[in-house]
Structures are given as C-alpha cells and as structure tokens.
Design a protein around this ligand. Structure first.
Ligand code: SF4
Length: 380
C-alpha cells in the first residue's frame, strides 16, 4: 500500500506543562533553525534522491506547538515538506495550535499554506483548571482565537481534558457548554493521565497533587458523551466526537492500519509493515541527521499476529467496531480467535457486543475501553 498520509512533529513550546511528556523543548528558539534544516535532511535520508513528489490525502503537523513557529518559519517548513510531497485537491491539512500566540498573522499564513483544519489545545474554560494544568492561556484567549479563526479556517477541533485535580462536575459542564457554543466541527476529550517523568507524577507521589477518584472520572466521561451527543456530535471513537462528515481523516488512517510517513523528533512512521520510531531527543535526532546517520531510535516489524492484535485494538476503540469479514480479509485472523476466552467473558459482562457482522465495545464498555482491549494483546 502506498502511504498517502504524513505526520510532522514540531517540538517547540513556550514552557512544558506539568502533565506533558511529549517530545519538545521549551525556551530554545535558537534550535528552530537547526530543526528546520533537520527536517530537510530527514526527508532526504528517508526518501532518497528527489523524484516525483508524493501525493498526500492527509497532512498533520503536531507537537509540541506547531503554531509556536513564526510565519516565516511556518512557510519554510511547508516549503521544505512540499519539495517532496504534494497535497491532493481534497486533502485534509491539520495543524495543532495553542490559543496563546495564535495571532492574525499566523492564522493568515497557515490559511495561505493550505491548512484547512486547526486542532486547538483548549483543555478547559475554567481559569483554575487551566492554572492547575499550567497552561498559558485564559478562557478569554480561547474566545478571541476562535473569532479570528472563523473567517479563515472554519474547520477547527477542540481538545478538552477531564479528571483534573480540583475539577468538579459543574465546572466541567460549563466547559463543555462553552465549547459547544463555539460550534467546533470536532472535539477530542481525554482523561488526565500522570506519566512517569512529569512534574505531575512527582507531585502526586509527594502528595501535593491528588488524582480525582474513579467515580468522578467516570461521571465526567459520561457527561461528555451525554452533552456532546445532545448537541449533535457523533462519538466515533472512544475519545473523539464530530459533526457528521468532520471526523479526523488523519487519525482514521492510524486506526485502519494504513501506512504513513512521519518526520521530526519522536515521530513514528509505518511503512512496508515496519514501524520506525525517531529518537525522542531533539538533540540526538538533530545530531544523527547532521552526521548523516539514521534518526531512528527503535524499529519493529510486527509479526502478522501481533499486527492483527494491534489493529483489533485500534478498531475496537472506534464506535462502529470491527467487521469480522473485513478484518479477516485484511489480516488473515478472525477477531474471535484473537480475543480468545476474553470474547465470551467480556460479552457476558456486557462490555462487548457481537451482531454476527461486527464486534464492538458497548456503551458501558467505553468507560473501561483501555482495560478491555489490553486483554486482546494476550495469547493465553
Ligand atoms: S502546550 Fe501541549 S505540547 Fe506544549 S507543553 Fe503544554 S501540553 Fe505539552
């Protein structure tokens, strides 16, 4: 299969938020120039000598904060990438952005470059929650940015986080309502996680930050589904909601097992059945490319069965579930065989349902989707 999608990681932020473990550097603007050169080197390293440009259906710049780059840097990045790629006429071109710093000139530049979808790191409309998350924008900034976006890039998605220490059901209800009022085409909602190595992790260990209890987290997720569906958004994946026709095409490429290119520190590409994960350190990624060596830190070629298990998990996170026939045709494995004894255990417990055509996680199962699907990685 020829890849028709490309992810580009832009590893710069104003500062590192306490819960974030993404690949990025903060306060190192001096590295933006070398990073842009690094992307050029990586394109050459991975794709070889320039040939015909490769056409893309989806193009995704994530981070970090891609909108941290100034207009000249955004143009340079785009020009470098488009020396090797071209966008299909109806391509989806998404750029992640933060409300802080997404000014008129950046929006205009992104629109001029063909960006037609913005994924906005809103997280909350509650000033106290934003402070806890160590975000650098205010609820008012969100409103201002959305007004700026409307006339140029009308298709925007909002990211929200629930389960933040101090967050209440009422405060989160207000956040959901304010998000809905802005009429984004798409929303992604995530439960806060405490990743090892982050300051949130240490603060929880030392008792200065208390994780919300499971019951509240469950109620917050239930409220998300209830409020967003009532407002006309369709949940199409455990964490993703969209107006009809505005589902993320790029994410669906990941979930369907199709190949994709990826560039930048920490980025993972999936080509010819092999996953290559670039080194997570910007410094190592850069140094290797400057030395003419591979920026890949880890590679894995999954066995057909492991790949099928991975696809099963990604498929089950989607609300439509997995078609028995299509899955078996694609992978050579029957979903029920891979699920083993957990198929009947989870079905009998009301966590999955099977209508003979598709198997899917039930609405009750969505609350513990991660712990359900992890059972399908087991071979016992
Ligand atoms: S803005 Fe996003 S990517 Fe940057 S540090 Fe905060 S959470 Fe991480």
């Amino acid at each position: 299969m020829i890849p028709r999608s490309c992810y580009v990681h832009v590893p710069f932020c104003v500062h590192r938020c306490g819960y974030c473990d993404f690949t990025l550097v903060a306060g190192r603007d001096d590295l933006i120039g070398p990073y842009l050169e690094g992307i050029e080197r990586e394109l050459h390293f991975v794709l070889g000598e320039p040939a015909d440009r490769l056409e893309l259906d989806t193009f995704y710049w994530g981070g970090g904060t891609p909108s941290y780059l100034d207009p000249d840097q955004l143009r340079q990045l785009n020009q470098t990438l488009l020396s090797r790629f071209t966008l299909a006429a109806d391509a989806e071109f998404t750029v992640e952005a933060n409300p802080h710093g997404l000014d008129e000139s950046r929006i205009q530049t992104l629109a001029d470059l063909g960006c037609n979808r913005i994924s906005l790191g809103v997280q909350s409309f509650d000033a106290d929650v934003l402070k806890t998350l160590e975000r650098d924008h205010s609820p008012e900034d969100i409103q201002t940015v959305v007004e700026r976006l409307r006339s140029r890039i009308d298709n925007f998605s909002i990211d929200l986080i629930f389960g933040v220490p101090g967050q209440t059901l009422d405060s989160y209800r207000t956040t959901l309502d304010r998000a809905i009022d802005l009429a984004p085409r798409h929303l992604s909602t995530y439960g806060l996680t405490f990743e090892k190595g982050t300051t949130f992790w240490s603060r929880r260990e030392h008792g200065s930050l208390k994780q919300v209890d499971e019951e509240l987290e469950r109620d917050l997720y239930a409220l998300t589904i209830e409020r967003l569906e009532a407002a006309g958004y369709r949940q199409y994946e455990v964490s993703s909601f969209a107006q009809p026709g505005f589902e993320s095409r790029h994410n669906q490429v990941y979930w369907s097992g199709k190949p994709y290119h990826a560039f930048g520190p920490g980025a993972s590409r999936y080509l010819n059945g092999r996953r290559d994960n670039n080194h997570r350190s910007l410094f190592t990624w850069l140094k290797r490319l400057q030395d003419g060596t591979s920026p890949v830190g880890e590679s894995e070629t999954l066995s057909p069965e492991d790949r099928a298990r991975e696809l099963l998990i990604l498929g089950l996170r989607q609300i439509k579930g997995v078609s028995h026939a299509e899955f078996e045709e694609l992978t050579g494995f029957a979903p029920k065989t891979l699920m083993g004894k957990y198929f009947s255990t989870h079905r009998d417990n009301g966590l999955i349902e099977d209508d003979g055509h598709d198997v899917r996680i039930t609405p009750a199962g969505r609350f513990i989707a991660d712990s359900i699907v992890v059972d399908y990685l087991r071979t016992d």
